[in-house]
Design a protein. Structure first.
Ligand code: CA
Length: 464
């Protein structure tokens, strides 16, 4: 075998030597130039709950430093108001309604359509090392597991939420909330946010010599509300003590990641996205002021999120942009910075945020965005926002003068109203029906919340 292969091997070596002797710098540069890509996705955090978003009572010095080292988008939106479909949109760069992943799952067998190509798969195909850390929530059957969706490594849990400390229920063998390393269940000690932050640092160490993609999906600050004693002590007497303590730990761990990049001299070669997967939840002490609504509904509080992008030396620091952007744009931006093309022939709904050197002149951002979760839908065109609820009269707002979505303009501006309704239904024609919907009690409560908020009333109940 050796003798037979020898000539081919020799030719291959000579070719390689030939290339490297002609263009040694190009080869080195080619492997170095591809920037690392890190997406820090947090869970259920409020629009106003970070220093860089104006919070006065929660302390986030490390996240603020990240945000202030790059561009903060104040009009940024996720493609869904709840965890699971939001992740499906982000990781494919496509409206998740294109493949029926419109609602949170209600059963074990549901997951991200296997014909969809994740950001991890696209980047792996381009030579990236890929790692997913933390909450997955995109399916737990074999075909949906992170290792089968483009991730070389997975260190996290498959379900949508879990306890932050080791827990006999969550950590039972085979439980979907148990911590996994790839497909093997593992035990952990301490506080999960620290464990995920440490894992991120270790993977940066492991992958620092090659281009890598890291999807760092903290479950903080999703319920259950649990924090370390020392962090609770730090915020003793705080009116939002639990959230303040959980956010502090999250901040420390984001800081760990950024400090590791700095220590390894990787900041100039790593683009970092930071965002929440949906608006602040009504059960985790979060605030979305001055927005209306919360996680699960189509008002701004449900899908407008804190969103920052940092890339030292490539992005101007300290920029605030009010351009309309989406979590869907991360995929398109990642493909652009990795210099690769859309790996399939399916349409991508996100837009690349590059070139970054002209961030204020971005011609590329969205003029329209759309949302739909079962009976409630919304669209944004310019400053206008329309919210539609099944069998109810839709409402129209002008966000420029009415960010709190209080004054319905549907009667006052009938032409705009018609235009928005038509745009929404045109978009829906390109989507498919949801493959599953939420449980009946959630469907009803979600309808009632929308109806009350559309009438500027307080919902009678916010949970089943
Ligand atoms: Ca969430």
């Amino acid at each position: 075998m050796v003798r037979k292969d020898f000539p081919y091997l020799t030719v291959a070596i000579l070719v390689l030597l030939g290339i490297s002797s002609c263009k040694p710098k190009l080869n080195v540069a080619a492997s170095k130039v591809k920037p690392n890509i890190i997406v820090i996705l947090i869970d259920d955090a409020g629009y106003a709950d970070f220093g860089f978003m104006g919070s006065k009572d929660l302390q986030t010095p490390e996240i603020d430093k990240l945000a202030n080292s790059g561009v903060v988008f104040t009009d940024a939106h996720t493609s869904s108001t709840v965890c699971s479909p939001s992740r499906a949109g982000l990781i494919t760069g496509r409206y998740q309604q294109r493949f029926g992943f419109e609602c949170n799952g209600t059963g074990d067998s549901l997951g991200l359509d296997v014909t969809e190509i994740t950001m991890a798969a696209a980047l792996k195909n381009k030579g990236y090392k890929t790692v997913g850390i933390g909450k997955w929530h995109l399916g737990d059957k074999e075909q949906y597991l992170p290792n089968n969706r483009g991730f070389d490594e997975f260190y996290g849990f498959l379900s949508g939420a879990r306890n932050y400390f080791p827990n006999p229920q969550n950590d039972k063998p085979g439980n979907l909330s148990a911590l996994m390393h790839n497909q093997k269940q593992i035990n952990f000690e301490g506080y999960l946010t620290d464990v995920l932050g440490d894992a991120a640092v270790n993977y940066i160490d492991q992958y620092k010599k090659e281009p890598f993609f890291m999807y760092l999906s903290f479950n903080a600050v999703h319920t259950p509300l649990q924090a370390k004693k020392e962090d609770l002590d730090k915020f003793k007497g705080h009116p939002r003590q639990m959230l303040a303590a959980m956010t502090w730990s999250l901040d420390e761990n984001v800081g760990k990641v950024m400090k590791k990049l700095e220590a390894e001299n990787l900041l100039e070669n790593t683009i970092v996205f930071f965002l929440s997967d949906n608006g602040g939840a009504n059960n985790n002490q979060s605030t979305v002021f001055p927005l209306k609504g919360w996680k699960g509904n189509e008002f701004e509080g449900g899908h407008r999120v804190p969103f920052a992008v940092s890339w030292k030396g490539h992005l101007q620091a300290g920029v605030k942009s009010n351009k309309l952007v989406s979590s869907l744009d991360i995929y398109a931006t990642a493909l652009a910075v990795a210099d690769t093309k859309n790996p399939n022939n399916k349409p991508i709904d996100g837009k690349s945020l590059v070139p970054f050197n002209a961030i204020d002149k971005l011609a590329n951002t969205h003029k329209t965005l759309f949302w739909r979760k079962d009976e409630a839908a919304a669209t944004r065109i310019g400053d206008y926002k329309l919210i539609r609820l099944k069998n109810e009269q839709s409402v129209l707002y002008n966000l420029k003068s009415d960010i709190g979505e209080k004054t319905d303009l549907s009667k006052a501006e009938p032409e705009k109203f018609q235009e928005m309704e038509k745009a929404l239904s045109n978009w829906e024609n390109k989507m498919v029906n949801p493959l599953w919907i939420e449980e009946p009690d959630w469907t009803k409560i979600t309808f009632d919340i929308h109806k009350a908020l559309m009438n500027n009333q307080k919902p009678k109940k916010v949970q089943p």
